[in-house]
Write a protein that binds this ligand. Structure first.
Ligand SMILES: Nc1ncnc2c1ncn2[C@@H]1O[C@H](COP(=O)(O)OP(=O)(O)OP(=O)(O)O)[C@@H](O)[C@H]1O
Ligand SMILES: Cc1cn([C@H]2C[C@H](O)[C@@H](COP(=O)(O)O)O2)c(=O)[nH]c1=O
Length: 203
């Protein structure tokens, strides 16, 4: 019987999460497999409103407000996820690991505080597999420069992204079987193939 896992794509800016998730979505469509695709923050009307607020270049929220807004955006997604668990494949562009990586490892908010609220919100939702995409600072900068618009979270300093990416790797190391480390400094087509091979295995 085919499986319908929840699959998350994580990583700092410009690691190719959106690129790879779109490729997988195209593959699933071609194969007539039912799936939903969500991005965080965002993914539905209310959550997209919150996304605009957080990432707007004129916003000046403090780190706790940001955390609570990211969690609010997630809160607006959990119902949709719960409704589809086991019925459709669920692809998510960023989820809880991003909150731990950015708000704890990047911004220094206590991990227990984040986990208390997050675990309450996502109770019963288990991520089956995560692709963690990493990138060198040089390639990340090169890819960001090519973008027409940069948002508020695309503009942190070198150290911030270094800490966030290290944080992601620490999270992976706690549970390595549930993750695949994708080195996005390597050829994009090579990575596309290894991700697709793993997806075929997961579904
Ligand atoms: N080896 C590579 N792996 C991934 N992306 C690459 C690679 N080489 C070039 N790119 C380009 O880098 C860009 C990555 O952008 P993409 O939006 O997919 O990243 P992202 O991780 O979703 O970023 P963000 O979190 O900032 O939204 C794409 O335009 C992609 O074509
Ligand atoms: C879910 C989540 C996201 N973030 C950050 C990560 C990125 O900088 C932006 C989202 O932009 P993208 O273009 O969709 O990658 O938000 C965060 O700090 N905390 C979170 O929980």
């Amino acid at each position: 019987m085919s499986k319908k896992p929840i699959i998350v794509f994580e990583g700092i800016e410009g690691t190719g999460k959106s690129y790879h998730i779109d490729k997988i979505a195209k593959y699933l469509k071609k194969k007539n497999r039912s799936f939903i695709k969500i991005r965080e923050p965002g993914g539905n009307v209310n959550s997209e409103k919150i996304r605009k607020l957080i990432l707007n270049n004129n916003s000046t929220f403090n780190k706790y407000t940001d955390l609570l807004l990211y969690l609010s955006a997630r809160s607006e997604n959990v119902e949709l996820i719960r409704k589809n668990v086991g019925k459709k494949i669920i692809l998510i562009d960023r989820f809880s690991d991003s909150t731990i990586a950015y708000q704890h490892y990047g911004m220094g908010i206590k991990i227990e505080f984040i986990k208390t609220i997050n675990d309450f919100l996502i109770k019963g939702i288990n991520i089956n597999f995560t692709f963690l995409n990493t990138v060198s600072q040089r390639n990340m900068r090169k890819r960001l420069i090519e973008r027409k618009n940069l948002n508020r979270y695309d503009k942190f300093n070198h150290n911030f992204y270094k800490n966030v990416q290290r944080g992601f790797v620490k999270i992976l190391k706690k549970n390595p079987k549930r993750y695949m480390h994708v080195n996005s400094n390597l050829d994009i087509k090579h990575n596309e193939k290894i991700i697709l091979d793993k997806i075929k295995n997961l579904i």
